[in-house]
Design a protein around this ligand. Structure first.
Ligand code: SF4
Ligand code: SF4
Length: 340
């Protein structure tokens, strides 16, 4: 292994949202609220990765300034962006935009990608997950969008629309609202955004009360069917996260972006004290990975089955053709309804 394929560097372990299906919830219940990374530590970590040639020849050229936290809560974010520019690197930021961005205009072009996560398009739905004021968040988005168009029109903006059982009818309004230059609208079906909870779910160990609250909002059958399908394809699966570097806000190397600073079993060491071999060896030989891959979870998380999956696409086409045929026979509509 030479360079990293993806880097997640948590510049703020704190988050100002209240999403009930994120690992932050588990951490909050333990009174663990996370900290802020200083620009000094950030520069040491990047320079260490450059020295070890885990980042080299501008590969990867962008650093994700997040994992579980809200990057705009870091008051020194402009120093961090300036430092990246000095090393000829870019940033990708994922934000809930509950806080205003406060980026200096000269730093906008350093941001190559910006992801805005949103869980509903009325206050009831949005508040149910993010627990914040939707009008204020959209106002913050408008300000930031105007600045991106002005100072860095090439920045790719992605709207991560989280699909829950209760917000499906709002999809169209949200899609229309964000249908403008420089924006890609990307819906994803919500799931338990926490490897520790997902492992419990896969093993059937999620507590009954938790299960009852999850199934009100999230499609459990979507998760079950997807993971079962991935499991059937997971033999010899190579988890892409083995080639990623994920660092918490204190500079600890985590096993992958699905694990947190709080889960000591998945903390592999202080990056600044590790050699290149140590970094890759500790990542590749973690006992939990074998279980994660064989359960289908790793593949489901990184390569979920979808329309890009040839077997599924063929099945979908065959099903549509069959339904079109059945529709033509007497009572065809009823037969199709019966098929589900
Ligand atoms: S999903 Fe994102 S916005 Fe919500 S609590 Fe987790 S890190 Fe914060
Ligand atoms: S196999 Fe699972 S635990 Fe291991 S790195 Fe991949 S996602 Fe993380």
């Amino acid at each position: 292994m030479d360079n990293a394929k993806v880097i997640y560097l948590e510049i703020s372990g704190m988050c100002n949202a209240k999403c009930p299906y994120c690992a932050q919830r588990r951490l909050r219940l333990e009174n663990h609220f996370g900290g802020i990374m200083s620009p000094e530590l950030f520069s040491q970590l990047i320079d260490h990765l450059l020295r070890l040639q885990i980042v080299h020849d501008n590969c990867p050229s962008t650093v994700n300034l997040y994992n579980w936290g809200e990057p705009f809560l870091n008051p020194k974010i402009n120093d961090i962006l300036r430092f990246l520019a000095s090393r000829n690197l870019n940033a990708t930021i994922s934000s809930n935009l509950i806080a205003k961005a406060n980026i200096h205009k000269e730093n906008y072009p350093v941001i190559e990608g910006f992801v805005f996560s949103i869980s509903g398009f009325d206050q009831k739905s949005y508040g149910r997950i993010h627990g914040a004021n939707l009008s204020q968040v959209l106002e913050n988005f408008e300000e930031l969008y105007a600045d991106f168009r002005l100072y860095s029109p090439k920045t790719r903006i992605l709207i991560a629309w989280h699909r829950y059982l209760f917000n499906e009818k709002q999809y169209r309004d949200a899609f229309k609202y964000f249908d403008r230059p420089g924006i890609t609208f990307a819906p994803t079906v919500a799931y338990l955004n926490d490897c520790v909870e997902m492992w419990d779910f896969v093993k059937g160990n999620l507590p009954r009360e938790r299960m009852a609250s999850v199934k009100k909002d999230i499609s459990l059958s979507h998760m079950r069917k997807g993971i079962a399908y991935s499991k059937s394809k997971s033999k010899d699966y190579y988890c892409p996260a083995w080639d990623h570097i994920t660092l918490d806000e204190t500079g600890q190397l985590l096993l992958c972006c699905g694990t947190t600073r709080y889960d000591s079993k998945y903390i592999l060491g202080n990056l600044l004290e590790m050699s290149k071999d140590e970094i890759w060896q500790r990542k590749k030989n973690h006992p939990v990975c074998k279980e994660c891959v064989s359960s289908g979870l790793a593949q489901w998380l990184f390569d979920p089955p979808g329309f890009h999956s040839k077997p599924l696409l063929l099945r979908f086409r065959a099903r549509s053709a069959l339904r079109a045929l059945i529709k033509k026979v007497p009572n065809g509509d009823k037969i199709i309804k019966g098929l589900g």
